[in-house]
Design a protein around this ligand. Sequence first.
Ligand SMILES: Nc1ncnc2c1ncn2[C@@H]1O[C@H](COP(=O)(O)OP(=O)(O)OP(=O)(O)O)[C@@H](O)[C@H]1O
Ligand SMILES: [Mg+2]
Length: 409
Amino acid sequence: MTSQHPEPGSTGTNPARQDGTATDPAPGTALGADPGRRPGVDGPDPLGGADAPVLRPHAEDAFADELAALAAADDRPRPPGWRLSPWAVTTYLVGGTLPDGTPVSAKYLGSRRLMEIAVASLATDRALLLLGVPGTAKTWVGEHLAAAVSGDSTLVVQGTAGTPEEQLRYGWNYARLLADGPTPEAVVPSPVMRAMRDGAIVRIEELTRIPADVQDALISILSEKTLPVPELRTEVQARPGFNVIATANDRDKGVNDLSSALRRRFNTVVLPLPDSLEQEVEIVRTRVAAVGRSLELPPELAALAQIERVVTVFRELRGGVTLDRRTTVKSPSATLSTAEAISVVTNGTALAAHFGDGVLRAEDVAASLTGAVVKDPVQDRLVWQEYLETIVRDRAGWEDLYRACRELV
Ligand SMILES: Nc1ncnc2c1ncn2[C@@H]1O[C@H](COP(=O)(O)OP(=O)(O)OP(=O)(O)O)[C@@H](O)[C@H]1O
Ligand SMILES: [Mg+2]
């Protein structure tokens, strides 16, 4: 990538791009030059604000050391445009130990095979669709995949019902357009266009929330790997390393279902809910610890016993049966995802740290636990009350949780 802008007027309608012949891999047109900026490369960002550390660094910054160690240790073949080999990308995701003993933390807790499938499909000419119920780490995995493969997880389109086609193709800087007419400098590239140009991964969040006709702009991008700019009689051709990771929510099915033409261009990987109590507790524990570190909450607060209880409640209500499979329970309308369990425990930790005696107690988790379960004030309240009376009350060692929740209902 370059931060130099070509001379105005020197570029633009590059006829070489018209006939589909191979073009100079170095960015040639102003569309190829980067009007965007690279944090840390282009000097201080005028919009960036104070010099304080950011609340949530991008994956490639937060795990820069691990990525560098992996790159150094990685002697396997790398697909064109990739920073790491598929093996190293998978190791970055699921964790492991490098030959020289460097530990790599696990970002995704779950099946290694599933991550291998996701990574392998990125190395093909098909895009990757991460599908699953809310809170199954679709966004999280997408971000880490982009960081490991391209070293940049910031090319993102957030899909909403209002996502315009410009977000997938390109828009115009209207002041420049009016002053100079359509010139390469007046083009505002979308994250997709920038990813094509730079040979990087672009993430499209919540793809199925995007209106169907806007989604269809992706079809030609994915099959031709070309984004035409008819106003300038040119096009942007994808460089090696370009691919798309989209996420979509099972629950949104039917909102704007993917057309079959688009679906065929994606390999779908379904991210499951955690298999076991132990696995889900481990996910919540590690994530709460990480979030707590960034909020400067005391680490020892996130007591394992409390996490285990929260996750047990979540799994029982979600599954409609107690973990010992003896008693059926009603499920509330809420999804009760792992992500929500993480925030229940984080909120409890904040309460304990700021208002409690420094130990995470039942009272601290009860409030956000109730809030997570009772989303519908009538139906869910009944479900929750029944669960409290029939399950929580009589469970050995859960008296404090029963009392704390009881007080709130
Ligand atoms: N298997 C897992 N391994 C590691 N982290 C997980 C796992 N499942 C959930 N998480 C954690 O859950 C949190 C939420 O995940 P994320 O936002 O990626 O979910 P999502 O699937 O994109 O949900 P939504 O459909 O609501 O967008 C993240 O902090 C992530 O670390
Ligand atoms: Mg998401």
